[in-house]
Design a protein around this ligand. Structure first.
Ligand SMILES: [Zn+2]
Length: 284
């Protein structure tokens, strides 16, 4: 039986936000069945700080997935933490944050996987709710697309294409099976381009970015002293982002996800399109 899962006890991690540059401490705590993942801004008074991790709460998708509740309280860059929850099969957790943005840590989901493992996973009594895709839903934006169609398990096939020899065209196919996320995807770091840094700073973004948390590409080369962990670390990170973004469905998905050059905006539009057509899905 596929039971809902929470964590056994609290655990914390601290770091700076990649865009705000602001320090924040994330403390995860167990949550009851049916809670889902709920972000709590511990630095904001009362329960106005609660932000359920749902696609309908996503307000901006520029350079990250950011969410806001009815009281106007926001939390930024949620996707790497959510990917870790999805990858480890954690359904219910309170994620308390004392700042506006989740810490970027090493730019991957690996420290969040370690955080969840440190807290310990705990099965609950009720079965997990799964979003079964019943018919194909697709969002297109020029050559880019993202699509969900019916499938037996949760398989994702994506491709990216960047006009630099450091990346080029990369593709990956991945099925969410126990242990697979931590082994194949979690460690893939976020990446950015040196020539865009000035532009980001001017927008007040990327203030916490460094080669400690971002793979930096200058012209046709990766300039981090340690290089890459795998030649296709880029597409693996894009897939990590997809897994985090799709977890905002409110539960694991049973279906096939395919995309060309996916991004946070496309993923959010796709989930909203699925939920807008009640014949395209069923909760089972
Ligand atoms: Zn990312």
């Amino acid at each position: 039986m596929n039971l809902q899962t929470t964590i056994a006890g609290p655990a914390s991690v601290s770091g700076v936000g990649v865009h705000s540059g602001k320090p924040a401490r994330l403390t995860i705590r167990p949550a009851g069945e049916g809670t889902g993942v709920v972000f709590v801004r511990a630095d904001v008074a009362d329960r106005d700080g609660d932000i359920p991790a749902l696609a309908t709460r996503v307000t901006t998708t520029e350079l990250g997935t950011n969410m806001t509740n009815d009281a106007g309280v926001s939390v930024a860059t949620v996707e790497h933490f959510l990917a870790a929850c999805a990858g480890l099969g954690v359904d219910n957790v309170r994620a308390e944050l004392d700042g506006p943005e989740l810490p970027i840590l090493d730019g991957s989901s690996k420290p969040f996987v370690a955080l969840l493992e440190r807290a310990g996973l705990k099965h609950q009594a009720k079965p997990r709710r799964v979003l079964r895709i019943l018919k194909t839903v697709e969002i297109r934006q020029g050559v880019k697309f993202a699509r969900l169609s019916p499938g037996e398990d949760f398989t994702m096939r994506i491709a990216i294409d960047f006009p630099t020899r450091a990346i080029g065209r990369q593709a990956i196919s991945f099925t969410m099976l126990p242990g697979a996320f931590a082994r194949e995807i979690a460690w893939a770091r976020t990446f950015g381009f040196a020539h865009q840094a000035e532009q980001l700073y001017a927008m007040g973004k990327g203030l916490g970015a460094s080669m400690d948390n971002t793979v930096v590409i200058e012209n046709d080369a990766v300039i981090n002293p340690g290089g890459l962990q795998a030649h296709d670390e880029f597409v693996r990170h894009k897939l990590l982002d997809v897994i985090g973004d799709l977890f905002l469905a409110g539960g694991p998905i049973e279906g096939l996800y395919e995309a060309e050059q996916p991004g946070h905006a496309l993923n959010n539009q796709l989930l909203r399109a699925v939920f807008a057509d009640t014949s395209s899905f069923a909760w089972t």
